[in-house]
Write a protein of this length. Structure first.
Length: 317
């Protein structure tokens, strides 16, 4: 590897442009002997003579002219790289790829993207909705910059940061006996037809914990994959459902009532990144908006009856 410095190349390019060591030294605000030494050191490193020097003029040799073309391009590309890096550091440009399960991808991330891009319009954000296990693998492999969701603690190669906590609520049809309650005890769910998610869902595991703690048996009346399907069954009066508070976002077009459960069971909404890898400035900035969106997206009222609205796109899970 050659030991060539940017200072040497800049000195050479300035002399080549001005045809004078003296004027080049003035332009670079350095002493002429020092600049001459930089050029000599560059020539020694390259093993070629770059200039023909006389008492009256300084001219490029054939090798010097060829080197000038290559060196000028290298300096230009280096300058572009430096400005790009500075733009990334100052969050003026860049890209963030975030993955989230469909529930949070619909309820939390869009608001964070809108607010983030208002402040950082030069940074693009790409959202991928996927299952929690897929998100962990995408973060671990570097396919995405960060993931948002509920994940198992101690995942290898993963660093977790708590964003918020989300309590479970009971959802039911508006004419149900549990509707519009300030709170509902888990014991009161005993014997009621229950709409649940399948057992590969982290939400289902929390529901099972709640039933077990209340010493009541969980026997699903309907067991489905997507929250949208579950909420539709609840609206139809085919059963009650126990889902996170964020499920409100998927019920905006439905006629459903919700109440908090006691004792409360919460799940941690966390941000995950790959361990041992520096988090890019753009991602660091986006996390702040995710945190704000996560804490501000839950309904203010503990109980509510959602008005029927025009049917639109619904969240999946």
């Amino acid at each position: 590897m050659m030991n060539i410095t940017i200072r040497q190349i800049n000195a050479f390019l300035q002399v080549a442009a001005l045809g004078s060591f003296t004027r080049a030294a003035e332009q670079l605000h350095t002493m002429q002997p020092a600049l001459s030494q930089q050029v000599r050191d560059l020539e020694a490193e390259l093993g070629i003579r770059l200039f023909d020097r006389t008492t009256r003029r300084v001219e490029l040799t054939e090798a010097g002219a060829e080197f000038r073309t290559i060196a000028a391009k290298a300096i230009e590309e280096l300058d572009i790289a430096a400005r790009n890096a500075q733009g990334l550091a100052e969050r003026k440009r860049g890209r963030v790829i975030v993955a989230a399960p469909p529930l949070l991808a619909a309820a939390v991330v869009p608001k964070a993207i809108v607010d983030f891009q208002e402040k950082y319009p030069g940074i693009t954000v790409r959202l991928i909705d996927a299952r929690s296990d897929q998100i962990v693998e995408m973060v671990r492999s570097g396919q995405v910059d960060c993931g948002v969701g509920t994940f198992h603690a101690g995942e290898e190669g993963i660093t977790s940061t708590l964003l918020a906590r989300d309590n479970l609520m009971v959802f039911c049809a508006p004419n149900h006996a549990l509707a519009k309650r300030k709170s509902v005890h888990w014991k009161e769910l005993e014997g009621l037809p229950l709409v649940t998610l399948t057992r590969d869902s982290g939400i289902r595991i929390l529901v099972e914990v709640g039933f077990e703690a209340a010493h009541i048996k969980l026997v699903p009346a309907y067991e489905v994959t997507w929250i949208t399907t579950a909420l539709a069954l609840v609206e139809a009066g085919l059963g009650i459902g126990v889902f996170p508070t964020y499920a409100w976002s998927g019920a905006q077009s439905l006629d459903i009532s919700g109440s908090p459960l006691e004792p409360a069971i919460a799940r941690d909404i966390t941000l995950i990144t790959r361990s041992g890898r520096e988090v890019a400035p753009a991602t660091q900035a986006f996390v702040r908006f995710l945190r704000k969106s996560t804490s501000g997206s839950r309904p203010d009222k503990q109980t509510a009856k959602l008005p029927r609205r025009a049917k639109g796109n619904r969240m999946n899970r």
